[in-house]
Design a protein around this ligand. Structure first.
Ligand SMILES: [Zn+2]
Ligand SMILES: [Zn+2]
Length: 306
């Protein structure tokens, strides 16, 4: 069965201070022809170029919170898109204050944004659908961090039913009846005989789901929308031995992330946002895998297909 692309491109995996060869947090999600940038740490536009990803095609930018390691790349990216004569609107879904920050930078740097920039504000009280098109929906949900922070869920829209190829001939299904069948309705052949939907179609695969948990302490109340993702990205700033630091800074350890993956029945766990105190990341992977086997270490340039 054909599955349209749903891919996570990792651009940055570092927490606060970029260290070793790691960049601060950013990910580009390609979902069936749409491009969603999640967080935009310093150097994001350089990373997009390096991995030959289409910055010009970004439709939506999701910002989890206003810490610098998640937004300092945004002014540069926005002004570059302007210099490249972008025309289509760019939607930024972020905490309210980001609009003021961006507008102030544009004003005092005497930069120009030649394309429409639209802001939708996030909030940390409840789960909310913040974006929807024909292919997918985006939900924000509250995380626990030192400043207001949200995670995001990217959920495919329900796909249509699939017509079984062999049945087209067998039932003489007219082409103009295909749409009815795909929508789950019964159809008719040229003689007016009813073709029952369940006899000639199969249900689509369930919509795929990506859950993004940027900076957060351990989540206690997990909203339903977060359950059963195909991939959970969860920050793992610290190893278990630095749990005290995680608590002070409201971050997570490898164990916290792996426990959450287990709790929400994720199929795969992607970890990232590593502290600059770790040059070797293997111990983080080993620790997470001790709880949740299907864990993958996010690294710059990694592409995860859902
Ligand atoms: Zn961060
Ligand atoms: Zn943060």
């Amino acid at each position: 069965m054909y599955l349209p692309p749903f891919e996570i491109n990792i651009l940055g995996t570092s927490s606060a201070i970029p260290a070793f060869d790691r960049f601060p947090t950013a990910q580009l999600i390609h979902i069936n022809g749409s491009y969603v940038l999640i967080d935009c740490g310093e150097g994001t536009q350089m990373q997009l170029r390096k991995y030959k990803l289409p910055a010009a095609r970004i439709d939506v930018v999701l910002i989890s919170h206003l810490h610098g390691d998640h937004i300092f790349g945004l002014p540069g990216l926005l002004t570059s898109l302007s210099l490249l004569q972008r025309e289509k609107e760019l939607l930024i879904i972020a905490p309210k204050e980001l609009e003021e920050i961006i507008k102030l930078i544009i004003k005092h740097c005497e930069a120009k944004i030649v394309y429409p920039l639209k802001f939708i504000y996030t909030q940390t009280k409840e789960v909310k659908c913040v974006f929807e098109n024909k292919k997918f929906k985006v939900y924000s949900f509250p995380l626990i961090h030192r400043v207001p922070t949200t995670g995001f869920v990217i959920l495919e829209q329900e796909r249509e039913r699939n017509i079984i190829k062999e049945k087209i001939k067998e039932y003489n299904i007219p082409i103009h009846q295909f749409n009815r069948l795909k929508k789950g309705l019964d159809a008719e052949d040229e003689e007016g005989n009813v073709i029952r939907n369940e006899d000639v179609t199969i249900p689509p695969l369930p919509p795929r789901k990506y859950v993004y948990c940027s900076d957060t302490a351990v989540l206690k109340d997990i909203p339903e929308i977060v359950l059963n993702p195909d991939v959970l990205y969860h920050e793992t700033t610290f190893l278990k031995e630095h749990q005290n630091l995680a608590e002070i800074t409201q971050h997570s350890t490898t164990i916290d992330a792996a426990m959450t993956a287990k709790k929400i029945s994720a199929k795969k766990l992607l970890i990232g946002h590593y502290s600059s105190r770790y040059e070797n990341l293997e111990p983080l992977l080993i620790e997470a895998r001790s709880i949740f086997e299907n864990t993958v270490l996010a690294r710059e340039g990694l592409r995860v297909k859902i």
